[in-house]
Write a new protein. Structure first.
Length: 143
């Protein structure tokens, strides 16, 4: 196997790992009927890893933080589209925050910070699974 092919395969493995982490977290979102599920979060994380890899490997001599900054901004718009107000209640905040964090996890994997990406994924999954609601989601206009 040529060195270039080996490097490409290793980079691809980063994208796959990020996608798998997104898929696992997405299963939890799907389980409770949220808009962004396993496919969305898997693609989002894989894409984030890809952009991190491109930032680091594809533009040598450039400023890799520019792509990361652009991703965070762009994802804010994407995640913002999930947040809705229905019958005086805000919905989708947790899903939007999960999407935003999943992009960070994907970027961490793409940057080679595997342990960080995996540990944060576990932490986020625990938060999503073991949420302890203190009160019902109250209406925004507490009349």
């Amino acid at each position: 196997m040529s060195p270039e092919l080996t490097q490409t395969f290793l980079l691809f493995c980063k994208v796959v790992l990020a996608g798998l982490l997104g898929y696992i977290i997405g299963i939890e979102r799907e389980r409770i009927g949220k808009e962004a599920g396993s496919r969305t979060l898997s693609i989002l994380a894989a894409g984030s890893a890809l952009f991190a890899i491109l930032s680091k490997e594809g533009f040598l001599g450039g400023d890799p933080s520019r792509i990361a900054a652009g991703m965070v901004t762009g994802l804010g718009f994407l995640a913002g589209g999930i947040i809705l107000i229905r019958q005086g209640r805000v919905e989708g905040l947790t899903t939007a925050a999960t999407m935003w964090t999943m992009a960070g996890i994907g970027m961490a994997i793409g940057a080679g910070l595997y342990s960080l990406g995996i540990l944060v994924s576990i932490f986020i999954l625990l938060i999503l699974i073991f949420r302890l609601p203190i009160e019902e989601n109250p209406p925004l206009d507490k009349k």
